[in-house]
Design a binder for this molecule. Structure first.
Ligand SMILES: [Mg+2]
Length: 227
């Protein structure tokens, strides 16, 4: 075994288990272009892992959009309702999550999204959510006092497993720099599965960096192997 043994696993959602980041990008590009602005990869990279209202504020400020936070979010919401119906699971997500569930490894979700947003994105993947013991939704959970990169979301997530695992026994899966920082700050090991455009240097604190969930080898962390 190459890394410290873990007993519980916590997953991010957007860009990690579901291919939703490209749909957020599509929505932001559409709204920005309406006002003659270009939503670039550099702006996108600075938003990963932040809550919705924080992203809105950053985009408005960066591109000097003539919109309030509410106006921007309302325009995006209209697009989300159209595009998120078709969001797909990321490669390897179904296999890994189902495997851990069937082997009795406690797993949970920790997403910066709100309940409404998760409901919208997972409308065609409801049974997938049943694998998780619980789901922490940062934007609508009163116990999550600060968003990633603050560790609050992962600390709250660990505390809601009935056996309250020590943080060093939890493994986090994340796609965002902010999420990796949050997991490290919570003293958890973290597997990063980033967008290939993310600078790997910024993920140097991750325990392991993979190109896809399909590459994950559970036995490296003392988890039951695939049959
Ligand atoms: Mg993410």
């Amino acid at each position: 075994m190459q890394f410290k043994k873990v007993t519980h696993v916590i997953f991010d959602l957007d860009g990690l288990l579901i291919d939703s980041e490209k749909l957020y990008t599509e929505a932001f590009e559409t709204v920005c272009s309406k006002y003659g602005k270009i939503f670039t990869w550099e702006i996108k990279a600075s938003l990963l892992g932040f809550q919705g209202y924080e992203c809105a504020d950053k985009i408005i400020k960066e591109l000097n959009l003539p919109l309030t936070r509410e106006e921007f979010m309302t325009e995006c919401q209209t697009i989300y309702e159209r595009v998120f119906k078709n969001v797909e699971l990321m490669p390897g997500a179904q296999k890994l999550v189902e495997h851990l569930y069937r082997k009795g490894v406690p797993i949970a979700l920790a997403t910066s999204s709100s309940q409404d947003s998760v409901d919208m994105k997972m409308q065609n993947h409801k049974s997938f959510l049943n694998y998780f013991h619980h789901c922490i939704m940062g934007s609508s959970d009163p116990d999550v006092t600060k968003g990633k990169p603050d560790p609050a979301i992962f600390i709250v997530c660990a505390s809601r497993f009935p056996d309250k695992p020590a943080h060093e026994n939890c493994l986090v899966f994340e796609d965002a720099i902010n999420g990796v920082k949050a997991a490290c700050a919570a003293n958890m090991q973290v597997v990063a599965v980033p967008d290939p455009r993310i600078d790997r240097e910024q993920l140097k604190n991750a325990t392991l960096v993979l190109n896809s969930l399909e590459e994950f080898q559970p036995e490296l962390f003392g988890l039951p192997n695939y049959d």
